[in-house]
Design a protein around this ligand. Sequence first.
Ligand SMILES: Nc1ncnc2c1ncn2[C@@H]1O[C@H](COP(=O)(O)OP(=O)(O)OP(=O)(O)O)[C@@H](O)[C@H]1O
Length: 668
Amino acid sequence: MNMQKKSQLPLNDGNANKKRKALCSKETLVKLLRWHFGYPDFRGMQLDAIQAVLSGKDCFCLMPTGGGKSMCFQIPALAKSGIVLVVCPLIALMENQVMALKEKGIAAEFLSSTKTMDAKTKIHEDLDSGKPSTRLLYVTPELIATPGFMSKLTKVYARGLLNLIAIDEAHCISSWGHDFRPSYRKLSSLRSHLPDVPILALTATAVPKVQKDVVESLQMENPLILKSSFNRPNIYYEVRYKDLLGDVFADLSNTLKSLGDVCAIVYCLERSVCDDLAANLSQSGISCAAYHAGLNNKMRTSVLDDWISARIKVVVATVAFGGGVIDQAKMLCDRAFLVAKGRDSMIVQQCTIINYIFDPLFGIDRKDVRIVCHFNIPKSMESFYQESGRAGRDQLPSRSLLYYGVDDRKRMEFILRKSGSKKLESSGSQEESSKTSLIAFNQMVEYCEGSGCRRKRILESFGEQVTASLCGKTCDACRHPNLVARYLEDLTTACALRQKNGSSRVFITRNGRYHMQNMVSFVTLFNKDIRYGYKDGTLRHLFAQGCAFNSTDAIDRDQLSEFWNRDEVASGSEEDISDSDGNGNEVVNNLTRSKLQSRLGVNEKLAMLQQAEENYYRNNNTHKQSNKVDKNAISDSMREASRQRLQNALKQVQQRLENFKYALHLSC
Ligand SMILES: Nc1ncnc2c1ncn2[C@@H]1O[C@H](COP(=O)(O)OP(=O)(O)OP(=O)(O)O)[C@@H](O)[C@H]1O
C-alpha cells in the first residue's frame, strides 16, 4: 500500500485539560485540516461539531450526503493523543476509510472478523499499552455488544485514553430511520460503561423522530444539535411525465447525448429494465453498462471499475429494492474486491449496509456525476435525496431528472403494501409499517404531481423552512411554471381517460399529438412492446412483451393476455387492430408459434407485421380514402420503427449472449 508518511503536528502532549482551549481554537484546527488533508478551510458546521466534542460536549450532527461528516471525528482524533472510537455499520467501509487515512499517514485501524489473528493481536496490544499509537479505531456495533470488547474499552477509558465515540450513520439506531439496524440499539450501553466520553452522532437522515430517537437511545446529555441545510444548490431538479412522452427511452437517450461525454447514473426499479436500458443506450452510442445484483461478482466489479475509472460514462443501476441478503452479500464482495485492489482514492469512505439495499452505488465516490436519472419513481423522498445527491459532489452544476409514470406509482404502492404484509409475519406491525412507507412514498408522488417548487418540496419534507427565492429557478417548476402546469393538466386528463378506457395506456405527446385526428398513429415504447395510439388517446398493443423479439424466453397465452386490453377486445372497437378482423391476434399467434417452433428472421416478422397492417387498412379503407396519404406516411414510419425495434432487440439478444459467454469464460 502506498503509505504516505507524514509527521505529526506538535499540538499535544497528553495534558488535554490544560491545552483544551488552545486545541479548540479555530486556528489550530484549520492548521490540522490543512496539514493532514490539504483543505483550506472547514465546510458548513464541521468546525462547530469539532469544537463541541473537543470541549467534551455531546453533539448530534446532521449533514447532507457528501457534506464531510467524517472530518468531524477525524480532526478531533488528530488534535489529542488517545483514541477516537468510530462505530461504522459496514466492514468494507471501515476498510475504506482506514486505508484512506493510512495513506495520509494517520494511525487508523479497524477491528473485524476479516482481520488475521496476528493483526488483531497487534491492535489489542496497542490498546493495552499505556500510550497507544492508534488514533482512530473503527469497529462495528456488533463488536461493541460483545462483553470482551466492552471490557477492553473500559480499560482504555479508565486510563483516560478514550477521547470520543463517533457513531456514524446514527440513524441506524432509530426504527424511524430508513435503514434501521437492530444491533445499533445496543450502543445505548456505551454511556453507562463510559460515562464521560463525549458522543458524536452523525447522520444524513433528517426526520425529526430519528433525531429524538438517536439522542434518547444513546443517552446523550444536552447535546449540541447541528443541522446543515439539505439544499443542494448545484443540482437542477426536473420531472418528466412518462404518460405524456411518446418514447421515454428515446427521451432519456437524447437527454444523455445532449449532455455530451458526461458521467451519469440511471436508476431503475427492476433488473430487466436495467439490462434493457443499458443495452439500448449502448446501441444508441452511449458508453454504458448495467449494474445490479443479478450479474455475477466479476461482471459487477468490472462494471464498477470501468465506471469509476471513466471507461464507461453511464451506469444503469437498480435501486435493488427488496434485494435479499444474497444480493447485499454480492454487492459487498464487489466493494471488498475494489478495496483490495486499492482503488481507494476513487471510492468514497463511507457507506451503510442498508444503502446497498436501496442504492448499490452508495459509497462510490465519483464526484463528477453530472446527471442522475430516475427511470422509476423512488420509494421515498429520503431515497430520492440520497440517490439524486450522487450528482455534483464536486459542487459543480448538475441535474436530477425523474421520469414519473402513473403505472410506476401504482406498482410502487403495491410493493410497499406487500412489503408491509411481509413484515407482519415477523413483527406483527403490518399496518403501521405499510402506512409509514406509503406516507413516505406519498411525499414523492406529491413531488412529481405537484406544481410548486421541487427544491422547496424536498427541503420541506426534511422539515426545513424555505423562502420562495431560495430556488432561483433551479428546478423545472420554477423555471417553466406554465409548461409544468400544462403537463400536469395533461396528466390529469390522461389519467381520467385511462380510467374511462380500462387498462389502456394513454398516449399524449408534448406536441399535442393526442389531439390528432388520424385514426391511428404508431408508437413504439421502450418496454419491448409495440402499441398503436388512437385518436381517443388510448393505446392498443399489437405484440405482447417479448413475444416478437426475445428469442430465448418461453411465452404462454396468459403472459400474452396481460398485454391486451380485454375490455376493448370484448367491446369490438372497429378501430382495434387486435380485434377488428383477427389479424392482430393472428400475428401474435403466428409469432408465438414461431417462437416456440422455429426462430423467424427479422424480415419474416416484419412481413407479418406489414401483412397485418395492410389487411387492417384494406378492411377499413372505404370511408377513409381521404386519409390515405397520412396513413401511408404513418405506415412508412411504422415499418421503419418496427424494423429498428426488431433490429435493436436482436442486437440486445446478441449482447446478452456475449455477456453470457463472458460470464461463462470467467467462471471457467
Ligand atoms: N472542509 C472540507 N473541504 C473540502 N473537502 C472536504 C472537506 N471536508 C470533507 N471534504 C471532502 O468531502 C468528501 C465527502 O466527505 P465525507 O465522505 O466525509 O462526506 P459524508 O458527509 O460522510 O458523505 P456521505 O454521507 O455521502 O458519505 C470527501 O471527499 C472529503 O474528503
